[in-house]
Design a protein around this ligand. Structure first.
Ligand SMILES: NC(=O)C1=CN([C@@H]2O[C@H](COP(=O)(O)OP(=O)(O)OC[C@H]3O[C@@H](n4cnc5c(N)ncnc54)[C@H](OP(=O)(O)O)[C@@H]3O)[C@@H](O)[C@H]2O)C=CC1
Ligand SMILES: CCCCCCCCCCCCCCCC(=O)[C@@H](N)CO
Length: 325
């Protein structure tokens, strides 16, 4: 049977979906699966026996990633399929390639929307076209693949959809005016969608990773404002393998929220708002910790403001010194 099985054991927590496990033969489609976090998610799922579709634009990176994923096979029936498409441009194209993948590997059991990119810089220094570009890739690039799989998931009354947001999708911070907005958008999409599809036994997960050691971060660090770097250091740098493990575990369990590390945990509890809750424990923890975490957050916000102020003063001083020379 190829489905995200509801195990027969009784579920003690009424808010949590019946316990789910990832069993062999699941078809998992990962956008952005050719690099970084997406590639690690594909590897993590392959290790558990899944069939994988990797979606990204660059074909040579896809072929390379496919080879890497195949190394962690646990049986000789497993397949990795590559699809080269831009997820953010033409919906009908996205729909047709997903259809082809489903014809080959069966209906998608879990879609992981991980394709994305970042742009950093001061608001007035970011080219206006980049605001559109980021909304296209990070937001529409998650809407399109989801739209292409959701009808079949509803018919089958099962499925998982994952959105990879960012900690910068939980708070806005210096240098991320364009990026943060595109990552916040995913949360709104995910909350609304979850309310629609929950009765169909489909569970939505939003992941909020901190800085993660991937080609994207290396590239970003070349031009990232000092302020952004210093503020982001608060929650450190994670390895993509670790982030991928957490995402796969939370998605399989049907958790709406997926965070990494202690700062990630605090941020998620603090910013839970009206997002769905997947266990009584989670709800109780939010209620009990809210005041404390808000107190801690105020100190962080104070320190972020002082980073921004210090950087500004330093810039002005070095500008003045340059003029004198
Ligand atoms: N690294 C970090 O610090 C963090 C990253 N994130 C998020 O995680 C996700 C993955 O990031 P990361 O692994 O670091 O990035 P990488 O740059 O390593 O990987 C990005 C992947 O997305 C694909 N992709 C990009 N644009 C498109 C597109 N238009 N259509 C199809 N595929 C596309 C890329 O392939 P190709 O270019 O060939 O299309 C590549 O496979 C992103 O959404 C990012 O915002 C969140 C928090 C922190
Ligand atoms: C109780 C309150 C706790 C508060 C903790 C605050 C920590 C803020 C850190 C924000 C880090 C943002 C990383 C964005 C990474 C990213 O998405 C890009 N690297 C993508 O390329």
């Amino acid at each position: 049977m190829r489905c995200l099985n509801s195990s027969s054991t009784a579920v003690s927590d009424p808010l949590r979906p019946a316990q789910h496990t990832l069993t062999p033969h699941h078809h998992i489609s990962v956008t952005g699966g050719s690099s970084g976090i997406g590639k690690c998610i594909a590897i993590e799922c392959y290790k558990q026996g899944a069939f994988i579709t990797l979606v990204a634009r660059d074909e040579s990176k896809l072929v390379q990633a496919k080879k890497e994923v195949e190394k962690s096979a646990i049986n000789d029936k497993q397949v990795v399929l590559c699809i080269s498409v831009d997820v953010s441009k033409d919906y009908s194209q996205v729909e047709s390639v997903i259809k082809q993948a489903q014809e080959k590997l069966g209906p998608v059991d879990m879609l992981v929307n991980c394709a994305g990119m970042s742009v950093s810089g001061k608001f007035e220094e970011v080219d206006v076209e980049r605001f559109r570009g980021l909304m296209e890739v990070n937001y529409l690039g998650s809407v399109y693949p989801t739209r292409a799989v959701i009808t079949t998931m509803k018919e089958r009354r099962m499925g998982r959809v994952v959105f990879v947001s960012s900690q910068a999708g939980q708070l806005g911070l210096f240098g991320y005016t364009a990026y943060s907005a595109s990552k916040f958008a995913l949360r709104g999409l995910a909350e609304a969608l979850q309310m629609e599809v929950k009765p169909y036994n489909i569970y939505v997960t939003v992941s909020y990773p901190p800085d993660t050691d991937t080609p994207c971060l290396t590239e970003e660090n070349k031009t990232k404002p000092l302020e952004t770097k210093l503020i982001s250091e608060t929650s450190g740098v994670c390895q993509p393998e670790q982030v991928a493990k957490v995402i796969v575990k939370d998605a399989v369990q049907g958790n709406f929220n997926s965070s990494v590390g202690p700062d990630g945990y605090m941020l998620s509890a603090l910013t839970c708002g009206m997002s769905p809750v997947t266990s009584i424990t989670e709800g109780l923890q939010q209620i009990v910790t809210m005041g404390l975490f808000r107190t801690i957050a105020l100190f962080y916000l104070g320190s972020f403001d002082s980073i921004v102020r210090r950087c500004m003063i330093q810039r002005e001083q070095s500008k003045a010194a340059d003029k004198r020379e």
